[in-house]
Design a protein around this ligand. Structure first.
Ligand SMILES: *Cc1c(COP(=O)(O)O)cnc(C)c1O
Length: 395
């Protein structure tokens, strides 16, 4: 079996599993209890907070633990919106290809009277900092641009956008769920005010993540109850999950540049091999993309059929994002970079991990090449393209 869907979720690292199991066995007290067992849990919690903070260049008290990336995105946007509303600022800037945790929260805020500008991401899948600068108005309270896209892997010019926002004194949030643990992220040099991350995308457990909020940025609580997380998120802390997340992140950020370079080489091997398939296109910029992300459109086929046949061959991949698979609408990300509906339907995302060998990469190339050829052999759409009845869109 070859698992090539790390953007959907990653397997937990051994280090994270043992951190979690040992917490569940030995440090299972309630971190708010005053006796020894509770205090041990509290210590583990604060140690994890320090480790997570260090991994992204933050201060310990700037880290808030959440149930994952979606909650962190919701809380970041709602907090910035509440701060904006207080000052009479109700305009928010984001991009067309954000994760639904951001887009759907923005939809809700629109219903509550906010005006939302979604910037284009262009054919290369990159937001332009100049366009962010141009879109900022006197009543803009927030810019939210993801660090790296979960479908096409493109990495955004975050430090440049951060500089624009700082200069214009507008809060800047980035959904860094796909970036943290995969490429170097530093909240100080990136000049971000709010940042979301999720453990299960970097070999930690599911159901746990964090929100970075720069000192002085007041967070609104989404969950009312006890005073945990300094009153910003009620509920008994998930200490085993949080400790496992910290362990996974520490491991993921060790030697990161060298490991990312090795993974990028494997990614490029896949891209070079798959590019030989006729009438296909790589989605997103070839170089400014996550080390493990490969995303193609193949004309004349359905991505879903390709996935099912690849699964039969022992290769687990995706057509876009796990969250929208099963829906018949083409991916909003592929539409945002200008792919037409028919082409967007024939997409394949391979998100690889460091365990992938060159032989396995070659096996993927062979399997995809053969399967695309097979699917085209009985596709009426492909027959019309070949007979000249309709025109090829991809070269
Ligand atoms: C996975 C993902 C999320 C959601 O994170 P969860 O922890 O699964 O809630 C948000 N944004 C991006 C970019 C993601 O890839």
């Amino acid at each position: 079996m070859i698992y090539a869907d790390h953007a959907a979720t990653t397997p937990m690292s051994e280090t994270a599993v043992s951190a979690m199991v040992s917490m569940m066995r030995e440090t299972w007290g309630n971190a708010s209890s005053l006796y020894g067992l509770g205090q041990k849990a509290k210590e583990a919690l604060e140690e994890a907070r320090a480790d997570v903070a260090e991994a992204i260049g933050a201060q310990k008290n700037e880290i808030l633990f959440t149930s994952g990336g979606s909650e962190a995105d919701n809380q970041a946007l709602r907090s910035a919106a509440a701060l904006g509303r207080k000052d009479g600022k109700t305009h928010i800037i984001s991009s067309a290809f954000e994760h639904h945790a951001v887009l759907h929260t923005l939809d809700a805020l629109r219903g509550e009277g906010f005006e939302i500008t979604l910037l284009p991401v262009h054919e290369d899948g990159i937001v332009r900092p100049e366009e962010v600068a141009r879109a900022i108005r006197d009543d803009t309270c927030l810019v939210s641009i993801m660090y790296a896209n979960n479908e096409i892997g493109t990495i955004q010019p975050i430090p440049e956008i951060g500089a624009v926002c700082r200069q214009k004194k507008v809060l800047f949030h980035t959904d860094a769920v796909q970036a943290v643990g995969h490429i170097p992220v530093n909240v100080v040099s990136d000049q971000v005010d709010l940042l979301s991350a999720s453990a299960h995308k970097f070999h930690g457990p599911k159901g746990v993540g964090f929100l970075y909020a720069k000192k002085g940025v007041r967070l609104t609580s989404l969950i009312e109850g006890g005073a945990q997380e300094r009153g910003r998120r009620a509920g008994t802390e998930n200490v085993p999950g949080i400790a496992a997340m910290a362990a996974a992140l520490k491991e993921a950020t060790e030697n990161l540049p060298a490991r990312a370079a090795a993974l990028s080489a494997m990614r490029d091997r896949l891209i070079d091999g798959l590019r030989r398939i006729p009438h296909c296109a790589l989605n997103g910029d070839a170089k400014r993309r996550l080390p493990g992300n490969v995303n193609f459109c193949f004309e004349g086929i359905e991505g879903e059929s390709l996935l099912l046949l690849l699964d039969d061959l022992g290769i687990q991949a995706s057509s876009g994002s796990a969250c929208t698979s099963g829906s018949l609408d083409p991916s909003h990300v592929l539409l945002a970079i200008g792919r037409v509906h028919d082409v967007a339907h024939g997409s394949l995302r391979l998100s690889i991990g460091e365990e992938l060998t060159a032989a396995q990469a070659d096996e993927i190339i062979r399997a995809v090449t053969d399967t695309v050829r097979h699917l085209r052999s009985f596709s009426p759409v492909w027959r019309d393209l070949c007979s000249g009845k309709s025109k090829f869109i991809l070269p």
